[in-house]
Design a protein around this ligand. Structure first.
Ligand code: SF4
Length: 285
């Protein structure tokens, strides 16, 4: 039976993108190919918040549970889902254990109108071969909609691509979505490693894909325009969303209105981060 290293598994309201407001199960896998230490920092600078927390944890084993870790206002807001110093806080679970836990946390013990979000970390990095076992589990039968929240850098494994195609083939109800949060330079990641249209265009062969850029400034908006041009040149057809930077309320509140204005100006979609005003972006929300 396949196992997946799970940072978090919880039930909440999707706060971002196409399914904003939809009751959703979040399966947060462990591991990412990026660090995104530039978020919320002046250009060219990187956040030390996650590495400082990791240093304390390594010294005194300060945290016993994932939910005890401090939230950060700069860098990746889900740092604990990939930072190697916190890996022991994320258990390896069998698909059986994951399916059982999901049945416990959804309101009726079976899938109805809830949607599954497979997120990270980077969920397409290491676990593509394990998902079919989970998605084929009898307790997952009623599931109709799945979103992969990806950074858009991981090619689909051919067998997984075939599985996903079969999963939704011929069904009016089943739908697969790729919410592609491609990383702009404000993340601190390199353009040539983060903007990979050839990878993202392949997702459109399997389901609906859209781009979702995290934006704080006009400079970020220009980067998003350049990235969209590159994606369109490769034939990408999906929608474009922009979303304010800010895993904590004071940062989010500083720029959500201006990002909404930018979205209207460009004719792109605005994505909120409902989990910030609703739940303060605490772990498990
Ligand atoms: S790609 Fe996502 S999970 Fe990975 S470091 Fe960047 S923001 Fe964090």
């Amino acid at each position: 039976m396949s196992k997946i290293k799970i940072a978090e598994l919880f039930y909440s309201i999707q706060g971002e993108g196409r399914y904003m407001g939809v009751p959703s199960v979040f399966l947060r896998t462990f591991g990412c190919n990026f660090k995104c230490a530039g978020f919320g920092m002046p250009r060219g600078e990187t956040s030390h918040e996650a590495t400082d927390i990791a240093a304390t944890h390594t010294m005194i084993k300060a945290f016993e549970k994932y939910e005890q870790l401090p939230l950060v206002s700069t860098g990746c807001d889900s740092y604990a889902s990939w930072h190697p110093d916190f890996k022991e806080l994320s258990p390896m679970l069998t698909s059986e254990a994951i399916a059982d836990r999901i049945a416990e946390i959804i309101p009726f013990g079976e899938w109805r109108d809830e949607h599954l979000v497979i997120t990270g970390g980077e969920p397409l990095l290491g676990w593509q071969r394990a998902y079919p076992d989970l998605l084929s589990h009898p307790k997952m039968t009623g599931l109709k909609e799945i979103t992969f929240e990806t950074n858009g850098t991981q090619k689909l494994d051919p067998k997984f691509k075939e599985y996903l195609t079969d999963w939704s083939f011929g069904s009016d109800e089943r739908e697969i979505t790729f919410s592609v949060s491609a990383k702009l330079p404000c993340s601190g990641e390199k353009w040539e490693e983060a903007i990979l249209p050839e990878v993202v265009c392949e997702y459109e062969q399997v389901g609906t894909a859209y781009l979702k850029f995290v934006i704080a400034t006009e400079e970020d908006l220009k980067d998003a325009e350049r990235a969209v041009e590159e994606f369109r040149d490769w034939g990408f057809k999906g929608h474009v969303y922009i979303m304010p930077v800010g895993g904590v309320e004071q940062v989010y509140a500083l720029n959500n209105r201006s990002v909404a204005d930018m979205a209207m100006r460009k004719g792109w979609r605005y994505s909120d981060r409902l989990q910030v005003p609703l739940f303060k972006n605490e772990w498990g929300t």
